[in-house]
Design a protein around this ligand. Structure first.
Ligand SMILES: [Zn+2]
Length: 409
């Protein structure tokens, strides 16, 4: 079997890995890294079928580009299809707003959706006579690892989280011979999640108790819903704004893909969905606002922050990963935010909580050991950090490919 790494090997995001074997050429994910300008995967040669692990743009963002050239089947779960569609259309909008060439058109997204073959966890599908089985990956609702029952079994993890969160169960162990595994958090651990959740609830209660408002910038996919579930029982007046509202609706009809459909529904119903600018004008009525964008590079979050930035009673509580060039990273490191093109000093409280949707270093190590592969291929990680993981796998063959590499096993 031959692997070719078109993206996301020695970088976090933009995953695109082709596996060629007796079943043909299958592309796993084809994502973009949403930077300024976006980073695209290398151009792919013709492929026979596409397998998508989950909806995040760094895995799905360039699928319409690929299917517009090679109109082949795209396999993925229902939430991956529905949320993926939203994010693909959003990528076009973002490119337009930021003045980058649009990588494809809305019609290409529609065409990609027509090629989608909806798969379910534990139910095998066939490509070229070989069984592929989607397995629960944790991470976000609908995220799948793919087990390939070839001469040697391969497990392609995509993004994983092995711990149970409010929103999803952890990744399931799958015995395999070859494992292509993400290494986003190589060399880094997460704090105890339950403890982090209760610290977050305490901070929110304290802010509201002293008469302030808590703004929680959140990724639309996964984090918005998880925050609503964490804060659902506080009895506070919680508002939700941004694309997370549409994702709420999708996850509420994806009952089999969330850990508790009832808890999710209750949390979504108890939050007030902001619909109009009129609503936003009256946002001082809210105790808590959960809103995009998660890295503060746009979205309604900045408008809300503009209103509370000089109020020492209020606070901004960041819970998502902030890439170095993001506005959120700037806020955490310098106390300033760019709002409408102007650099502003933020004088309210700013706190940070780690609620990652990825497995931490030791979680990846134990997961790999439980799956017990002979060969481990580390992808989706910072070039050098992956070595810290590689050092943990004595007795297994470990590869750390770079973008553009091929690997024959
Ligand atoms: Zn992801």
């Amino acid at each position: 079997m031959k692997f070719r790494f078109f993206g996301g090997a020695d970088e976090v995001g933009g995953l695109a890995v082709m596996l060629e074997d007796g079943f043909g050429k299958v592309m796993f994910d084809y994502g973009l890294i949403p930077r300024d300008p976006p980073i695209y995967p290398l151009q792919a040669p013709p492929v026979d079928e596409i397998v998508l692990t989950h909806a995040h743009v760094d895995h799905s963002g360039m699928i319409p580009w690929l299917t517009s050239r090679y109109p082949v089947k795209v396999h993925g779960t229902m939430p991956t299809k529905d949320v993926g569609r939203l994010l693909m259309l959003d990528s076009i909008k973002v490119a337009k707003m930021e003045g980058f060439p649009e990588p494809y058109e809305p019609g290409d997204v529609d065409d990609a959706m027509k090629l989608f073959q909806v798969e379910r966890f534990g139910h095998a599908f066939e490509i070229g006579g070989t069984e592929f089985i989607p397995r629960m990956a944790g991470h976000i609702p609908g995220a799948a690892m793919h087990e390939i029952r070839a001469d040697r079994n391969v497990l392609f993890t995509g993004d994983i989280h092995t711990a149970e969160t409010r929103l999803v169960h952890g990744a399931e162990d799958v015995k395999t011979d070859v494992m292509v595994v993400e290494s986003t958090y190589a060399g880094r651990e997460h704090p105890d999640r339950k403890k982090t959740e209760s610290e977050l609830v305490d901070r929110v209660n304290e802010i509201v108790g002293r008469g302030g408002q808590a703004i929680l910038p959140a990724f639309a996919v996964g984090r918005t819903q998880e925050l609503l579930m964490i804060l659902g029982k506080t009895g506070l007046n919680i508002w939700v704004d941004g694309m997370g509202r549409k994702v709420n609706a999708i996850y509420n009809r994806s009952r089999d893909y969330v850990s508790s459909a009832t808890d999710l529904r209750k949390a979504c119903v108890s939050a007030y969905e902001v619909e109009t600018n009129e609503d936003r004008y009256h946002s001082d009525r809210a105790d808590v606002i959960v809103t995009t964008s998660g890295m503060l590079d746009g979205g309604p979050a900045l408008g809300y922050i503009e209103r509370i930035k000089n109020d020492p009673k209020s606070g901004i509580l960041i819970s998502g990963f902030q890439v170095e060039e993001s506005n959120g990273y700037r806020l955490l490191s310098t106390g300033h935010l760019e709002i409408n093109g102007v650099l502003e000093k933020i004088n309210c409280e700013v706190s940070r909580f780690d609620l990652s949707a990825h497995a931490g270093h030791s979680e990846i190590v134990s997961f790999v050991n439980r799956c017990d592969p002979e060969t481990v291929i580390l992808v989706h990680g910072d070039g050098d950090k992956r070595k810290l993981l590689a050092d943990e796998f004595d007795g297994r063959k470990v590869f750390m490919p770079k973008k553009g590499d091929s690997l024959e096993l």
